[in-house]
Design a protein around this ligand. Structure first.
Ligand code: PGA
Length: 248
């Protein structure tokens, strides 16, 4: 049985004080204990939010990291820095990083490997553009992102990876992929993983859907057999909505 996982991606929102307000509101509510809940907060808020999460089941994620432990990489944050804070997960290869910061499959691969070496579980984002979908190339694109992203990652490590399928045209647009289309792609991802790692990993790997997930569409998505959770952007910034999503 795969444990459902819902992660809130706050993106570049919330100062430290705003983060503390939001996390306190989330923490006060009864969250479904059968769902693993994660908050991916800005770097500046990680330490403070971590303190508030002590004693709860809510997990902490960073939104990106460099692959090297240290060095002359001005402005970057290393896995060792995240590890000392006690970060559980790190989002890797989000489409906004690919689009605005030139993230490519090769760097995604290095980051995944480095995160795993540092006991940080990667939430690896993949997804196609509207143009790619309209030209019928969505599986080719996502398949390539998966295989290049997971290149040289062994079977023992891959079990700690979460894949987030986020069609780019559905992110922040209010357009959700239909639950059938989302499930179809998640099933394709599971098959791609199965071909590389075998049946056991196929059954255990968790795949999230992301892209305009809201309280009113989460249940339908979660009812699909290949969707194990959600990566939630906009709706994770309001405690009330995020809680409704976790408690779908
Ligand atoms: P959205 O963002 O829920 O605002 O569409 C999802 C994401 O980018 O992770």
């Amino acid at each position: 049985m795969r444990v459902p996982i819902v992660a809130g991606n706050w993106k570049m929102n919330n100062t430290i004080s705003e983060s503390l307000t939001l996390i306190s509101e989330i923490k006060e509510q009864n969250l479904n204990e059968n769902v693993e809940t994660v908050v991916a907060v800005p770097y500046t808020s990680l330490s403070e939010v971590k303190k508030v999460l002590e004693g709860t089941n809510i997990k902490l994620a960073a939104q990106n990291m460099h692959w090297e432990d240290k060095g002359a990489f001005t402005g970057e944050v290393s896995p060792l820095m995240l590890k000392e804070i006690g970060v559980d997960y790190c989002i890797i290869g989000h489409s906004e990083r690919r689009k605005y910061f030139n993230e490519i499959d090769e760097t995604v691969n290095k980051k995944i490997e480095s995160a795993l070496n540092n006991n940080i579980k990667p939430i690896v984002c993949v997804g196609e553009t509207l143009e790619e979908r309209e030209s019928g190339r969505e599986e080719e694109i996502v398949g390539r992102q998966i295989l290049k992203g997971l290149q040289d990652i062994d079977k023992k490590s891959v079990k700690d990876i979460i894949i987030a399928y986020e069609p780019i045209w559905a992110i922040g647009t209010g357009k959700t992929a239909s639950s059938n289309d989302a499930n179809k792609m998640c099933s394709f991802i599971r098959k791609t993983i199965a071909d590389k790692y075998g049946e056991e990993i196929k059954e255990s790997i968790r795949i999230q859907y992301g892209g305009s997930v809201k309280p009113n569409n989460i249940r339908e998505l979660m009812n699909k057999d290949n969707i194990d959770g959600a990566l939630v952007g906009g709706a994770s910034l309001r405690a009330e909505d995020f809680i409704k999503i976790v408690n779908y």
